[in-house]
Design a protein. Structure first.
Length: 184
């Protein structure tokens, strides 16, 4: 018992007072924690973890979405389902419904816009009163710019401002998804 006591005393007085002794003690503690963790959790599958590389590049953009580079390789062409209205036709129809008629009720105004809009835009316009909608006389033909095969921006000049429409066609049927009025 005296030998054990002297060994512990020697350890505490000489080894733990030196830097080498403290480094060895810490190494033993770290190795013990890692070993215990591996016993409890179990060994992982080979190839799992951060070193596992994908076989193909990871992309976050659909391949048919427009290119955002400075030099375009192709200009997008809007895709319309056969028998459906083109983006220009939908923009024209929307402008007619947007302007409404004098004395039109809110219900009739909304009913005229609903088939030309996405459900999200129809919901946003649900509380809009047609009396508060900025309009005027149409001062020219709509200018349509394709952003991708399924997204188009149409600008319609009025004598009091400009109506900007964003049209989408995820399934080939063009619908207005956003409306913005730019005051002159």
């Amino acid at each position: 018992m005296i030998a054990v006591r002297r060994a512990v005393e020697q350890l505490l007085t000489r080894v733990f007072r030196s830097r080498v002794g403290i480094a060895l003690a810490l190494a033993v503690v770290v190795a013990g924690i890692i070993g215990t963790t591996r016993l409890v959790v179990g060994a992982g599958e080979p190839g799992s973890g951060l070193s596992n590389r994908p076989e193909q590049p990871i992309t976050t953009v659909h391949p048919t979405t427009g290119d955002d580079g400075l030099i375009g390789t192709r200009s997008p062409t809007p895709v319309t389902r056969p028998g459906e209205a083109t983006p220009e036709q939908v923009a024209d129809q929307f402008v007619i419904a947007w302007r409404g008629q004098p004395g039109i009720t809110a219900e009739r105004w909304h009913a005229g816009l609903r088939p030309l809009t996405t459900p999200a835009l129809a919901e946003q316009l649900a509380d809009v009163d047609p009396v508060d909608v900025p309009t005027g006389e149409v001062a020219g033909a709509p200018t349509v710019t394709a952003r991708s095969d399924a997204v188009v921006e149409a600008r319609v000049p009025f004598n009091t401002g400009q109506l900007r429409l964003e049209l989408v066609a995820p399934d080939g049927r063009w619908r207005v998804d956003a409306v913005d009025w730019e005051q002159e």
